[in-house]
Write a protein that binds this ligand. Structure first.
Ligand code: ADP
Length: 302
């Protein structure tokens, strides 16, 4: 035993686990006690490492939340300052009707931006507290894509971007059972980002029907852009809540960093997966799947 304790004090854990070495030095009963102590020591070291990992994770979480709060404060203050600032300017006497209209429009844009942030915060809080439910109804995906396209066309064209969409199924096969609002929110987030992070080129929205090994089918949606792209090491973390690519990019493009986290949760609630393929400087394609839930006759007729 004495020998073992001396051995422990002088050697590292890895060396302690060198059973053959210890066996050569000890008699049989001492050897089994030694093994027991080594086992306990191993568990203690593992528990210690586990604690360190948990502490680091908690610290990282705190850090992310602080960064999120400071970013959120910036995101809320900017449109609020816009609204208050332009309200003040509107008090100026002798403004022309045209000037008044221009300032009111800016106030409206600021108001919409703030409402979007508040909606995102409410959604993420509902998700965190488990209060977000799936509400399934018959959804025409062709109609939904058309609505998204019509909604974003003016914004894309104003930026000089081309926008188009492709439907893969005929109208009678394009009706599925899913949560329409969540599908709409996912596509809205992706298209909004595609427009935001693209300076020139085009945005394409579409979907394909994909067969799986389990006699079920999936709809694979995509939103393709020719924008700034995403670095390989950022492809996973952009889907985590409170995470954005570098601070400088965020400041240039504005955003609370919640859209993709909300989209990922929604996709998973609908039974699918979301991922991105991207080349820095060339563009990105965001993909997500949802089950092709429709009546059996419709599926076999395809
Ligand atoms: P936000 O856009 O509000 O910052 P998101 O969660 O929607 O938050 O996106 C997180 C980050 O992912 C963005 O800040 C951006 O760095 C990156 N990103 C998302 N979509 C794209 C895209 N289409 N092209 C390039 N980067 C993107």
């Amino acid at each position: 035993m004495k020998f073992l304790i001396k051995l422990k004090a002088e050697q590292t854990t890895t060396e302690l686990l060198d059973f053959n070495k210890i066996q050569n030095c000890l008699s049989v009963p001492e050897y089994s006690i030694a093994l027991e102590i080594i086992e306990t020591e191993k568990k203690r070291v593992e528990a210690e490492e586990e604690l360190i990992r948990a502490k680091e994770k908690a610290e990282e979480g705190d850090c992310l939340k602080s960064a999120f709060l400071s970013n959120m404060s910036h995101e809320i203050r900017t449109p609020m300052n816009g609204i208050l600032g332009f309200a003040e300017i509107l008090k100026t006497p002798d403004l022309t009707g045209e000037q008044q209209q221009e300032y009111i429009s800016t106030m409206e844009i600021c108001g919409v931006r703030m409402l979007n942030i508040i909606d995102d915060i409410v959604d993420i809080s509902k998700i965190e507290s488990g209060q977000m439910n799936v509400s399934v109804s018959e959804t025409n995906v062709n109609k939904l894509l058309d609505d998204i396209y019509t909604f974003f066309k003016p914004e894309a064209e104003q930026k000089g971007l081309q926008i188009y969409y492709k439907n893969a199924l005929p109208a009678n096969k394009a009706i599925i059972k899913t949560d329409r609002n969540k599908l709409f929110a996912i596509l809205t987030n992706l298209v909004k980002n595609a427009i935001k992070f693209t300076k020139t080129g085009s945005i394409e929205i579409g979907y394909h029907l994909v067969a799986t090994l389990h006699a079920t089918s999936l709809l694979e949606f995509y939103v393709r852009d020719t924008g700034i792209g995403i670095q390989p090491e950022q492809k996973e973390i952009i889907f985590e809540r409170f995470r954005q690519v570098s601070e400088s990019i965020t400041r240039e493009y504005e955003g609370a960093g919640l859209g993709l986290a909300i989209s990922k949760t929604y996709v998973e609630m609908l039974g699918g997966k979301i991922w991105v393929e991207s080349e820095e400087g060339k563009g990105s394609v965001f993909y997500f799947t949802i089950p092709y839930n429709t009546s059996k006759e419709d599926q076999t007729a395809i």
